[in-house]
Design a protein. Structure first.
Length: 209
């Protein structure tokens, strides 16, 4: 990738006006999403952006400074995490759209797990600490660009604890990404010449596209 002059040029953020950089927010995460749009524009087929934790939020949110809000979940989201995310993510979507790139770019926002539906993580002092522990049974994935917008696929039960309608598993998300990238054949051959499937589980959610 780095051998491409076009890709290397994408890392030179000085080529974009300061007003556009301000639109994303002059933070590590804002500039990471800013860089993502430049890499997409340069033709990089797969871009991953990881959210950088803010050490100043560690003690406040019991979270290592990120989204792992074991304490003060609602305050940390409202005052710190969501405003920064809303700014840079909305700028990314608008920027891709204005450059004619959004329709052919699938943008995903996801995590490795959800948050416990019952407020009161013991590690932050129970209900008074307003924390939410890890929860692997149910979470949300947001998609934009390469899908039909304005739709919700699947639903949880009334307390957001378990899937209740059209459950989706991680392998379904992975196969959807592969499908959008044009990779539908996941067959491979091992060193003994035997065929095997790289991802036998799941299916592409083509009804979203």
């Amino acid at each position: 990738m780095l051998a491409s002059s076009q890709t290397k040029g994408a890392f030179d953020v000085s080529k974009e006006p300061p007003t556009l950089r301000d639109r994303y927010g002059q933070t590590v995460n804002g500039m990471s999403m800013f860089m993502a749009h430049r890499l997409v524009e340069a033709g990089v087929p797969f871009v991953t952006m990881f959210w950088k934790e803010d050490p100043k939020l560690d003690g406040l949110c019991k979270s290592a400074g990120g989204w792992d809000t074991h304490g003060s979940n609602f305050m940390c989201l409202r005052r710190h995490l969501l405003p920064q995310f809303d700014q840079c993510f909305s700028a990314l979507i608008a920027d891709l759209h204005e450059r004619g790139l959004l329709e052919r770019t699938l943008v995903l926002v996801n995590s490795e797990m959800g948050r416990q539906p019952k407020v009161g993580d013991p590690r932050s002092g129970g209900p008074g600490g307003a924390g939410r522990d890890h929860w692997t049974h149910c979470m949300t994935v947001a998609m934009a660009g390469g899908v039909r917008g304005g739709q919700v696929y699947g639903a949880s039960d009334k307390v957001a604890a378990y899937p209740a309608d059209r459950p989706v598993a991680p392998e379904d998300i992975a196969k959807t990404v592969y499908h959008v990238m044009g990779v539908d054949d996941l067959q491979a051959i091992d060193r003994e010449g035997r065929p095997f499937d790289l991802l036998p589980e799941g299916r592409a959610l083509t009804e979203l596209l």
